[in-house]
Design a protein around this ligand. Structure first.
Ligand code: SF4
Length: 329
């Protein structure tokens, strides 16, 4: 297909200059791909640089504590991805002698690495001819091939993967990144800039004028509501926090104690209501503020197994975004 050579030519001149493109080290590519699964390039840029500065290689990441990693990840959300990065770093360091697997089929077995990320690493770091297909690539390919297959179905991923794999050029890493850049800069979800597109002469959707209807995606995620009720207990300049354990979200981050019956006897000074949207749920967070003057503060700390600290020390702990917003207000 002509679009492949057109796109490669365009990419040689127009590739975005991004820090993780200065290397083909699989560790850097892996970290960048995980960070940018959830974040726009301009938002994630500094996170990537700080993360790599703090954990420059897989061994450093493997040896870091959960708290250190969550602190570097703080604000990015999707904390299970940070836990998976840590798990896989330890696995590669300890079980694979620190050598990152070099083939798509091995990389895709690693915890927290899906088909898209495995293909990105295999093609960019090891020149394996596999297409990296994420939301951007789905959009570009659906349009170039004028396909109305539903991209929320696994069968559509397999269709495009098998269609593209034999077409992959000798520089598969650059080609996959060219598709990413085309999707980000020109073939945007709405109002694609078809007039300026380097592959418009080979784009079936453009010829048929169907580009604004593609890609087709039928499944819509049901957003569930979850209620959280915290108590912000203070005594002089001290307050209580707890480490969140196995619960559904934010594992390993810090939070305030949950509201229990025994807090009912105290006067609530303020009630703060915060709505926080995640990709799959809407969190309705209530924070009840209580000031305790008596020694009872220390009894509550013992009872709730909480950590006592001063407000100044809050910055040393990783908190979920909405709670952090609350205490820096
Ligand atoms: S011509 Fe338009 S629809 Fe086709 S790939 Fe380019 S930007 Fe996308």
């Amino acid at each position: 297909m002509n679009f492949i050579s057109l796109l490669r030519k365009w990419y040689k001149i127009n590739a975005r200059s991004l820090p993780w493109r200065e290397t083909s080290n699989p560790y850097n590519i892996w970290v960048s791909e995980i960070i940018f699964q959830q974040t726009r390039i301009n938002q994630g840029h500094n996170y990537y640089l700080n993360f790599i500065k703090k954990f420059p290689d897989i061994k450093t990441l493997a040896e870091a504590s959960e708290d250190e990693i969550l602190q570097a990840w703080q604000g990015l959300g999707y904390y299970s991805r940070a836990h998976n990065l840590h798990f896989t770093a330890k696995y590669v360091s300890n079980d694979l002698n620190g050598v990152f697997p070099s083939s798509y089929s091995e990389i895709v077995q690693l915890k927290g690495i899906g088909k898209y990320t495995a293909a990105a690493i295999a093609s960019i770091s090891f020149d394996e001819k596999v297409p990296a297909i994420d939301g951007n690539a789905f959009r570009v390919y659906s349009r170039i091939f004028n396909s109305d297959r539903d991209i929320s179905k696994a069968s559509t991923f397999n269709y495009f993967f098998n269609l593209l794999k034999p077409m992959m050029p000798d520089d598969p890493g650059d080609f996959n990144q060219a598709v990413m850049d085309l999707g980000a800069l020109i073939c945007s979800p709405t109002n694609p800039k078809c007039g300026q597109c380097p592959v418009n002469t080979d784009c079936s959707a453009y010829k048929e004028n169907t580009q604004n209807r593609l890609p087709v995606k039928t499944s819509s995620l049901k957003i569930k509501e979850e209620k959280l009720h915290y108590v912000y207990v203070t005594h002089s300049d001290q307050l209580l926090i707890k480490k969140r354990d196995h619960k559904s979200i934010w594992k390993g981050l810090y939070e305030f104690p949950e509201f229990e019956n025994y807090f009912k006897k105290f006067e609530i000074i303020h009630t703060h209501l915060i709505k926080h949207k995640l990709s799959h749920k809407l969190l309705l967070i209530t924070i009840s503020e209580i000031r305790i003057k008596s020694e009872e503060f220390y009894n509550i700390a013992r009872k709730t197994n909480a950590i006592i600290l001063t407000k100044n020390e809050l910055k040393n702990y990783a908190f979920p975004k909405p709670l952090k917003k609350f205490f820096i207000l």
